[in-house]
Design a protein around this ligand. Structure first.
Ligand code: PEP
Ligand code: MN
Length: 277
């Protein structure tokens, strides 16, 4: 059955299968927000950000260690050294940890530290990586490829599931279109489409989806209204100094304001409140 047949034959109202990440159940009712810096620039920065986002109600912490950057001369992340430092400070962070895996050779070391493995937009089509991530059984945050149709995104999830790992959370992060006013075009219709037909929890990343800090709160609220199970938001204590994606990062005060507005919106929508870790 192709996607269009499936679209017309499926009954609206897919039942979401929650994914447990440490103490957090994504898709299990409460709305969960994953927050953190684009890149772990130092362990101190991660700890400072972790405290700020936790105090505002984020339930998972995310920071990139291996960064896939379009420009090879830009900051590529702390790499393996960052992973060792994270291992040492894991107890202090206080939130389940999400980071992106870019290479199957890093998986063994990552599994000692990371509660959820992110597969980024550039790797959504990397089928050997998807299979290896599937074999680990660890929860996966599968971002949409920026040139992927929904059907291709769901088939990428299938590569993970085929290895026996059903702990998959999808993340809409915007796609490349003719529009250049925003970094990507955030496709919120894909969220409502998937939620109506598929069992995967779906998160939205308004940070990469827009590339512009001032658009993150409105698109985050729109994502909640569209039925997303949660968000992925980039937060940096001093966005102006960030080594990557500062223009789209909220500072802790902006993040706290967004979380207050989200709480009010979830209540108005009759949805479960923000989840806790
Ligand atoms: C990220 O999450 O920091 C990232 C690089 O995102 P994406 O893979 O969606 O570009
Ligand atoms: Mn980023």
């Amino acid at each position: 059955m192709d996607l269009h047949e499936k679209a017309s034959s499926s009954k609206p109202g897919g039942t979401t299968r929650p994914v447990q990440v440490g103490s957090v159940s994504i898709g299990g009712g409460p709305f969960h927000v994953i927050a953190g810096p684009c890149a772990v620039e130092s362990p101190g920065l991660l700890l400072e950000t972790a405290r700020a986002v936790r105090d505002s109600g984020a339930s998972l912490l995310r920071g990139g260690i291996f960064k896939l950057r379009t420009d090879p001369s830009s900051f590529q992340g702390m790499g393996r050294a960052g992973l060792e430092e994270l291992k040492a400070m894991k107890g202090e962070l206080g939130l389940p940890l999400v980071t992106e895996v870019t290479d199957p050779r890093h998986l063994e070391a990552m599994l000692e530290v990371v509660d959820m493995l992110q597969v980024g937009s550039r790797n959504m089509f990397n089928y050997p990586l998807l299979s290896e991530v599937g074999k680990t059984g660890r929860p996966v945050l599968l971002k949409r490829g920026f040139s992927a149709r929904v059907e291709e995104w769901l088939l990428a999830a299938e590569y993970i599931r085929k290895e026996g790992n059903e702990n998959i959370v999808l993340c809409e992060r915007g796609i490349r279109t003719f529009e250049t006013a925003t970094r990507n075009t955030l496709d919120l219709a894909s969220v409502a489409w998937i939620k109506a037909r598929e069992p995967y929890p779906v998160l939205v990343d308004p940070s990469h989806g827009t590339g512009l800090r001032e658009l993150v709160p409105p698109m985050a609220l729109a994502a909640a209204a569209a039925g997303a199970d949660g968000l992925l938001v980039e937060v940096h204590p001093r966005p102006g100094e960030a080594l990557s994606d500062g223009r789209q990062s909220l500072d802790p005060a902006e993040f706290a304001r967004l979380m207050d507005r989200l709480s009010a919106l979830l209540a108005a929508l009759g949805r479960s409140p923000l989840g806790k870790s």
